[in-house]
Design a protein around this ligand. Structure first.
Ligand code: GDP
Ligand code: MG
Length: 441
């Protein structure tokens, strides 16, 4: 696996302080092979490696892990980020019916995915859903969707033999509107290859059907080919997202990275089986893990980082307890603070603090609000507290529930933390205030 390979590269480098350019370039050769083996498209690999190289050079190596493990963590973080750290939901916030159109190659799983999404919207969100098959190219395609509708207890548009896709789309819209459906799903005809006639048909349907979402359905096993597919479809219609099917098989996930990179659109769902409830919100962490085949190196480095931070804080506390942070240190710091415009000015440079102060002066902040913010933080797991950037939309909902408050409130706390962390970084860069920065973490 990649982590084994990287350990090999880095064994001789163990114990260095920061990753040098030479270290990183050696590691990137291994990462490159791993990505290609996972079927990530070549141009995507190139961009990715360039990005990660820049990030990794000069990065501190945490004492209790090897540089190789550290690089894997950096690569994994970059992968997760590139795959889309935030879950993106379907956009249903329109005057009903919201129209979701599925496009993709033949056999990619469009019809199955259509039924899966419909089932999910009906069962989990109580939506009234209508499905319509526009696939007149393949005999029995419309019948296939009708049967899936029966299985999922989702309504399907009655089949009118001889109608063309655009006509069906128009009829489906009218029916959905008249009969008060919340969501209309348009399942389109398959394409064996990207061909002009079918592309033209797809564009016409997209015009008449006026979809809010055009989801490209891609078989994760397609690997490298997925890029050509995505490029072709993306150039013909305005895709809003991607569904990756067959992630239950031994697809190594490379298609996911390519998709995200080429279309620039979020991967909204993953198909994980033939059954009609085998549809999951896309999980970037898991796919990143698959691509790198790296076991729990990421977890290991995260734990090591936590221990490291704790050690640093304890050291500082011990120093203060021993009185090593003496008056002379304090004087130097006060001098620097004065130069920067005094304590008040420093507080005002920290956006979160400035806002909080203003709010307090206006009487908007009282102990109850502070208590609520504390509850929000308490409702986070230790990992989330240590690394707030992993807090996805899904996690926010859980945290809000746990704290008995709203997602908006959770967002506020996260934003405040982010602003303060940013300000701390700035302070640290200005140098001099090392003691203060260390105390504040
Ligand atoms: P379409 O031509 O794009 O409409 O593809 P279909 O929906 O008819 O699916 C083609 C085949 O792929 C069917 O046998 C499905 O059961 C299967 N399939 C679809 N999605 C998945 C998935 O996520 N995992 C697995 N294992 N099979 C899938
Ligand atoms: Mg189909």
């Amino acid at each position: 696996s990649l982590s084994d390979r990287l350990s090999g590269v880095f064994d001789k480098l163990r114990g260095r302080g920061a990753l040098t350019e030479l270290d990183v370039r050696a590691a990137m050769r291994e990462v490159r092979i791993a990505l290609l083996e996972a079927d990530v498209a070549l141009p995507v690999v190139k961009t990715f490696i360039d990005d990660v190289t820049t990030r990794a050079i000069g990065h501190e190596v945490i004492r209790s892990v090897t540089p190789g493990q550290q690089v894997v963590k950096i690569v994994s973080d970059a992968l997760v980020e590139m795959l889309g750290s935030e879950a993106v939901e379907l956009n249903l916030g329109v005057t009903p019916p919201a129209v979701i159109m599925l496009v993709g190659l033949q056999g990619s799983g469009k019809t199955t995915t259509c039924a899966k999404i419909a089932k999910r919207l009906a069962e989990k969100q109580g939506k009234k859903v209508l499905m319509a098959s526009l696939d007149v190219a393949r005999p029995a395609a419309q019948e296939q969707l009708r049967i899936l509708g029966e299985q999922t207890k989702v309504a399907t548009l009655p089949i009118v033999p001889g109608q063309q896709p655009v006509e069906i789309a128009i009829r489906a819209r009218q029916a959905a509107k008249l009969q008060g459906f919340d969501v209309l799903m348009l399942d389109t005809a398959g394409r064996l290859h990207v061909d002009d006639a079918l592309m033209g048909e797809m564009q016409a349907v997209a015009r008449e059907g006026a979809p809010n979402e055009i989801l490209l359905v891609v078989d994760a096993l397609t690997g490298q080919d997925a890029v050509n597919v995505a490029t072709a479809f993306g150039s013909q219609v305005a895709l809003t997202g991607v569904v990756l099917t067959r992630l239950d098989g031994d697809a190594r996930g490379g298609a996911a990275l390519s998709m995200r990179s080429v279309t620039g659109k979020p991967i909204k769902f993953a198909g994980t089986g033939e059954k009609l409830d085998a549809l999951e919100a896309f999980d970037p962490q898991r796919v990143a893990g698959r691509i790198l085949g790296m076991g729990d190196v990421v977890g290991l480095v995260e734990r090591a980082a936590e221990v490291f931070e704790q050690e640093a804080a304890e050291k500082m506390a011990a120093k203060m307890a021993k009185g090593q942070f003496d008056m002379e240190d304090l004087r130097t710091q006060l001098g620097q603070m004065k130069k920067m415009g005094g304590l008040g000015a420093i507080a005002n440079m920290i956006p979160g603090v400035a806002q909080a102060k203003k709010a307090m002066a206006n009487g908007q902040v009282d102990d109850r609000i502070l208590g609520r913010m504390e509850a929000v933080i308490c409702s986070m797991t230790p990992k989330e507290r240590g690394k707030p950037e992993i807090i996805t939309a899904k996690r926010r909902i859980r945290i809000a529930k746990g704290a008995g408050t709203t997602v908006q409130e959770v967002n506020k706390v996260l934003k405040m933390h982010q602003e303060m962390a940013g300000a701390m970084k700035k302070l640290r860069k200005m140098g001099g205030m090392k003691g203060m920065a260390a105390m504040l973490g």
